[in-house]
Design a protein around this ligand. Structure first.
Ligand SMILES: NC(=O)c1ccc[n+]([C@@H]2O[C@H](COP(=O)([O-])OP(=O)(O)OC[C@H]3O[C@@H](n4cnc5c(N)ncnc54)[C@H](O)[C@@H]3O)[C@@H](O)[C@H]2O)c1
Ligand SMILES: O=C(O)[C@H](O)COP(=O)(O)O
Length: 532
């Protein structure tokens, strides 16, 4: 029986920002070496990242393509917090690096800061406090308005949007919102009536945004949408700089169309242009939404525990780019992953071509593999594209790499009741089709068929394997065996096809690889060897 595979091995982690000390402690207690370095310049990070297989950041470290490019052994980027917009997730994915976050650790803190800003805007708390510090007693200037009975528009009804809604309802606010994913009946169950943005803008006294920053949310509130709002609407952004267009906000504040803004986040942090921050109707914080002891403790612990669980092969939690890998964290599925990779490698060796593969088609059979075609196809691609390098294809980047290489992936499942489950991998290369059929028996991945030849004895897919295609004859085995003996290669086992007619594939388990397959040429039509 093979030992349980550790899907990702992490030995050295760099923490590049102020993360709760529990993070370091948990990692160290689990045998991971930790270096903490704050305020590194980009050049310093680029120079040092090659020494680490894990990187833990918050929002200030920009994990750009050039940082990732310099990271020769990086396996995981852990975000102790929610937003991963400071990480080039696409580039990390293509390099096979897992990106994970701790999305609920700071939800309450961010929601509470949002509510604080909404309340402070309604009563000019900050402006009044600043005025008092200058020894003024101005009761008229800071006339406010009740929140009670007012309408709050919440754009983005995820974790934080929901918490803001339920808290502001306790002030008697009507909460309306918009979210393209959260179903209206779900948000209705916590008191938020959903509607289109067109309907929402003119109804709001206050608007708060809680979406990620992405092309579809950049500039959600802009000159056009501000014009549709009630005059004097107040806005809060505790999500990401740029969701409310900063230039449009300044224009709306100057014209009075916007009556006040509470900003925790900015397009540039710290901002180079302070005009918004200095506007008298703006109250702002230097990205403090998650800056509470509780949120930091949760995020620091969560990211460390997630990494430890991943290394131990227990679970993959919080990964934003490794859904395929996440579905392989059971000991059963790990042997199937080995099978998929091994079959990919066998097909690569037997197709003996460096030409690009046109398609890979995975067919699973049997109830136990009903949901496995996804990771089996990724595993087969890993085997097909593998060059045996540590940072080569893996289950994180297999599909993007397949797409980049022009490979079409097809997956299908047949309901035929096959107790053990089987997986067929078909690849087309240079107009020829190659197929392998395999299974897992007693936790060992085995090959049952190769290119239509059904093996009499299933081939255990590990060690050194020699495949050859030839017409059956009584001399074939002794002749091949004598070539192996001449090369001092010992044979462990031999399996022939069940069919005796025509050219068939044979497989030998061998102690070491043959130096040169040329010596087999007079005996066989095709030959391939590999170490699985
Ligand atoms: N200021 C801080 O320190 C702080 C702290 C935590 C989180 N955040 C940020 O807050 C934001 C929300 O975090 P969350 O945990 O609630 O995320 P979440 O994923 O739970 O919720 C985001 C919601 O936005 C919705 N959405 C996506 N596109 C949308 C669109 N075009 N219009 C409306 N809704 C859209 C999604 O469907 C989702 O429901 C993120 O940007 C996060 O980075 C900031
Ligand atoms: O997305 C987040 O989690 C917040 O913006 C918090 O960022 P921080 O960890 O840098 O405070």
């Amino acid at each position: 029986m093979r030992s349980k595979m550790a899907p990702v091995s992490i030995r050295r982690v760099l923490i590049s920002e102020s993360v709760d000390p529990s993070c370091k402690t948990i990692l160290q207690e689990n045998g991971i070496e930790v270096t903490e370095r704050q305020n590194m310049s980009k050049d310093e990070l680029i120079a040092q990242i090659k020494d680490y297989d894990g990187l833990i950041v918050r929002s200030a470290t920009k994990v750009t393509a050039d940082v990732i490019g310099a990271a020769s052994s990086l396996r995981v980027i852990g975000r102790a917090g929610t937003g991963v917009d400071n990480v080039d997730v696409d580039v990390a994915t293509k390099k096979g690096i897992i990106v994970m976050n701790t999305p609920s650790g700071n939800t309450i803190s961010a929601a509470e800061l949002t509510c604080t800003l909404l309340m402070s805007l309604s009563r000019h708390v900050l402006q009044a406090a600043i005025s008092m510090k200058a020894e003024n007693w101005d009761r008229k200037k800071f006339m406010g308005a009740e929140l009670y009975g007012k309408t709050l528009g919440i754009v983005g009804l995820g974790r934080i949007g929901k918490e803001v809604a339920t808290r502001m309802q306790s002030f008697g606010m009507r909460t309306i919102g918009y979210d393209p994913i959260t179903p209206p009946e779900v948000s209705a169950s916590w008191g938020v009536e959903q509607m289109s943005l067109e309907e929402l803008w003119p109804q709001c006294d206050y608007i708060t945004v809680h979406t990620p920053l992405m092309p579809s949310t950049t500039g959600l509130l802009n000159d056009v949408s501000f014009a549709k709002c009630k005059r004097g609407v107040k806005v809060v952004n505790c999500a990401r700089g740029g969701i409310i267009d900063e230039a449009a906000l300044l224009r709306a504040l100057e014209s009075g169309q916007c009556g006040g803004a509470g900003l925790d986040v900015f397009v540039e942090e710290p901002p180079r242009n302070w005009a918004l921050v200095k506007h008298p109707n703006v109250i702002s914080c230097p990205h403090l939404g998650a800056s509470t002891k509780e949120a930091q403790a949760r995020c620091g612990q969560d990211i460390a525990l997630q990494i430890v669980d991943m290394v131990k092969g227990k679970a993959l939690v919080g990964a934003v780019n490794a859904q395929v890998l996440a579905s392989t964290f059971t000991s059963d599925s790990q042997q199937w992953v080995r099978l998929g990779e091994a079959m990919g490698r066998v097909l690569k060796a037997c197709s003996s071509s460096k030409q690009p593969y046109a398609h890979v088609h995975i067919t699973t059979q049997g109830d136990c593999l009903k949901k496995s075609a996804g990771f089996l196809s990724s595993a087969a691609v890993v085997g097909l594209l593998s060059e045996g390098t540590e940072n080569g294809p893996n289950l994180v980047n297999a599909l993007p790499l397949a797409e980049e290489t022009g490979i079409t992936i097809k997956k299908s499942h047949s309901d035929v009741n096959e107790a053990n489950g089987t997986c067929m991998v078909e690849v087309s290369v240079n107009g020829s089709i190659y197929t392998a059929l395999g299974s897992v028996r007693a936790e060992v991945p085995i090959l049952l068929e190769l290119n239509g030849s059904v093996f009499r004895q299933p081939i255990p897919l590990f060690g050194n394997l020699l495949f050859f295609k030839a017409a059956g004859s009584p001399q074939l085995l002794p002749s091949v065996a004598s070539i192996l003996a001449a090369a001092a290669v010992e044979m462990d086992y031999f399996s022939a096809s069940t069919a005796s007619e025509g050219d068939q594939w044979y497989c030998m388990g061998i102690q070491s690889l043959l130096g040169d397959l040329g010596s087999l040429k007079p005996l066989v039509k095709e030959a391939a060897q590999l170490t699985v």
